[in-house]
Every structure is written in C-alpha cells, then in structure tokens.
Unconditional design. Structure first.
Length: 196
C-alpha cells in the first residue's frame, strides 16, 4: 500500500479484519535512480567532433626555386645550332668562323662568392680549333689550358661579368673545351662544318 508521503507499506491478506504492517517502511527510489541512469548514458555519448577545415589551394610549403645553371653560353650569330645531351655535354654547330660566344658564370651557392676562377681545357677531336678568352674585369692566361680570374664579390644567384670566347678553326671538325667552374666541368663541343 502506498501512503501519501511516498512510503510503501506491504500488506498481506488479513488474517482477521485488521491489516498487518511491517515495522520498517520501504521507500521507492525510482526518480533518483532514473536521474543517475540518464546521467550515465549522457556521459557515454559519442564526443562531438570539430569539423576539419576545408582544404585550400594555397600551399604551406615554400615554392621550389628554379634550378640555376652554373653558366650560360650564348651567341648572337645567326644559323648556329645548339645541342645538349646532358648537363655534362653540350655543343654548337656552325658554318662561319671566327665565331664569338658569350659565357656568363653564375654563383649557384647560398653565400656570397668572393673572387672567381674559371678554366678552359681545349682538345682537338677531328678538327683543329684555337680558343681565345677575355672580358672586362677578367685576367686570362694560357693557350690550350686557359685560366681566367676575376676579383670582387657576387651574391648568391648573381652573375659575374661576361667572358667572350672566340673560336678560330684551321680545319673543319670538332674541338672540345672542358669548362671548369665551381663544382662542374661540362664538355662543350665546338663544331665547324666548313663553308664561308
């Protein structure tokens, strides 16, 4: 039997006309138990995830700088064919001579470069050619093994004053020039095909 105060008094069928009661009442604890059960369920709910930011097209990595060649050789003479098999071997084919080329050496290091030295080793292949080298700010010496030096400082990525390479051939064919600059020594082939 439930009383007005929420107490439960179990009763048994009367043995006579008077109902019997136990000495200690039992209380219902349904409401507090329900509250505890709901709290436990709420604490086990899946944690809320923060949405990940939308990917952007901007890269967080710095761009890779373009590769800088240690030097460039160019000419203003028309009709010269240039070829390159690899960074270690390149060349020019032409039908006029003498012919001038311009070599521009670059500081490919990460620190300023003080003073410069470049070397040209000339070797005839199936032709005969003579190379002379010079340029403002440079001192060059030698015949078949030419060394050129310059003083001053060049910033990383900067270039030194240009050098003029003049090739004269006494016999048509190929002449090899190994250019020693910084840590590279490519072979440059100068090929004279004859003509006027």
């Amino acid at each position: 039997m439930m009383t007005a105060t929420g107490e439960f008094w179990p009763t048994f069928p009367p043995a006579g006309h008077t109902p019997r009661r136990y000495a200690e009442p039992m209380r219902f604890i349904a409401v507090p138990a329900l509250v505890l059960l709901l709290a436990a369920c709420a604490s086990q709910a899946a944690p809320q995830t923060t949405p990940s930011p939308e990917p952007t097209s901007e890269s967080t990595m710095p761009p890779t700088p373009p590769r800088q060649e240690p030097f460039e050789i160019t000419t203003e003479v028309n009709g010269v064919r240039e070829w390159q098999n690899s960074p270690e071997e390149m060349g020019f084919v032409y039908r006029v001579q003498p012919i001038d080329f311009t070599l521009t050496a670059r500081n490919t290091g990460s620190t300023p470069q003080t003073d410069a030295r470049i070397r040209f080793v000339v070797e005839d292949m199936d032709g005969e050619g003579d190379l002379t080298v010079g340029g403002e700010g440079w001192t060059c010496e030698g015949g078949r093994d030419i060394g050129c030096t310059a003083t001053g400082t060049t910033a990383p990525g900067g270039t030194w004053a240009p050098l003029t390479l003049t090739m004269r051939h006494t016999k048509a064919g190929q002449t090899s020039v190994v250019v020693h600059w910084e840590d590279v020594a490519p072979n440059v082939i100068f090929r004279y095909d004859g003509g006027t």
